[in-house]
Design a protein around this ligand. Structure first.
Ligand SMILES: [Zn+2]
Length: 107
C-alpha cells in the first residue's frame, strides 16, 4: 500500500508525471544546483519518495555518498539525497535532497 502525504501550502513542487506532492517551495535552499537533466534544486525536506541504492558519486563539488530518490506513486526518478559529504565545506548538504527541475512541476 502506498502512503501519500500532502503539503498544506499552496506553493509546492509536484512530481511531473503523477502530480504527487514532493516539497514545499519554502524548503528550497538553493536553485543553483545541477542534476543529470540540467538545473536542480537543493531542498531541505522532500516527501513521497523512496531511496534507490546508496553509492559514492563524484559530483562537481567533490565526492559524496548519495542515493537516488524516486516518486513513491509512479516510481519515476526525481533526484537524489545526500547521505555524506567528504569535504568539510560541503557538509551542509548532508540529509538534504536534490530535485531535478525538469522532473517536477509547481502547483
Ligand atoms: Zn510520480
Amino acid at each position: 500500500m502506498k502512503i501519500i502525504e500532502y503539503i498544506e501550502e499552496d506553493d509546492r513542487y509536484k512530481c511531473l508525471s503523477c502530480k504527487v506532492h514532493l516539497a514545499a517551495t519554502n524548503c528550497v535552499v538553493s536553485k543553483e544546483f545541477k542534476g543529470s537533466t540540467g538545473t536542480a534544486y537543493l531542498i531541505e525536506d522532500v516527501i513521497n519518495t523512496f531511496d534507490g541504492s546508496t553509492e559514492e558519486r563524484e559530483l562537481m563539488s567533490g565526492l559524496h555518498v548519495v542515493c537516488d530518490i524516486f516518486c513513491v506513486n509512479c516510481c519515476n526518478y526525481v533526484g537524489w539525497r545526500y547521505l555524506k559529504a567528504y569535504n568539510e565545506d560541503q557538509k551542509y548538504k548532508e540529509g538534504k535532497f536534490i530535485l531535478e527541475r525538469a522532473l517536477i512541476c509547481k502547483a
